[in-house]
Design a protein around this ligand. Sequence first.
Ligand code: SF4
Ligand code: SF4
Length: 367
Amino acid sequence: MSHTAPAFLAREDLNRLLQLLQGQGYRLCGPQVRDGTIVYDHLADTAALPRGWRDTQQPGHYRLQQHDSPRYFDWANGPQAIKPLTFPAREVLWEARRRESGELEFIVPDQALEKVAVIGVKACDLAALALQDQHFLQAEYQDPGYLARRKGLFLVGVNCSRAAATCFCVSTGDGPAIEQGYDLLLDELEEGFLIRSGSDSGAVLLAELPLEAALPGQIDAAEQQVQQVARSQQRRLMPVSPGSLMQQRQHPQWDDVADRCLACGNCTQVCPTCFCHHQQDLLQLSGEASEHQREWDSCFSESHGQLAGFQVRSTVKQRYQQWMTHKLDSWQEQYGRSGCTGCGRCMSWCPAAIDFVEEANKITGDG
Ligand code: SF4
Ligand code: SF4
């Protein structure tokens, strides 16, 4: 019932959608150019969207260029997906304070629901959000902070109109077309948008917009566009059957990649599905209070391999193996699918220009 056929929204009427969302109490978050990249940040109106900007990406390379185009979403992705909106880089889980009586008091910060509407989420990042849901919202172990933030999200997806050279979502089955997980879905055309709803709350908003009937030519153009994005993808990740990469631990390519890898952890920080973290207590100098914080970590960091007094991953080779075998192989056993959605960020933001797809294909290809 909530999934509707596409209608046409003129480009100048996109602001009306943003106003309606604000009227419903949503804080807007959308893509914008910051420091030479596209990131999701607080959005005032459509004037802040990256109109005419396109990205060029290769392993170790990310550049933006402005074009004479009216489009807002004609880019592939930036260094962050929407992971920080539900799983922030640093979060206080609880605080401890000493009362005047000397007793300790433990306080869990209020997890009040905040309504956030995210404008322009791409297919690979919606797929990543679904994976994060699996991790943080498993029936027995629901993360209360994640749950509160997740419940408040209203998601306006946009089908990709352009793939970067690092994109390979066709191989992982996560794009470029968005199939589910959205409240509203846009296809951007030269003259405006096709728009459809994917939830009841999306359908309610859609009814308030000044829409026109979509022309058959516009529907056809939107379909052709997304098919062209799929055809243009240059990288193909070979299938990894469960357990197969784990059996390749003696493959010589691991030594080759470990020689080049800096163990900087950039690939894990930009990955929309990575969830490694550590916890620490931040004590006040007075000794009267402390914050128990959760902070993003990486399987590449030395401290993350330190377990119960033992270092379980002392070499870069072991850490790279942990990253790739978990992501592509053992994740399948854990979550029923691989942990990669084909966004390509781990390649673009790798200072050593390591090509994740090429490395995986070499290791799985001739075992
Ligand atoms: S492993 Fe790389 S390509 Fe796959 S989801 Fe993570 S960052 Fe994207
Ligand atoms: S693969 Fe690249 S980004 Fe990842 S830890 Fe190694 S050098 Fe850093």
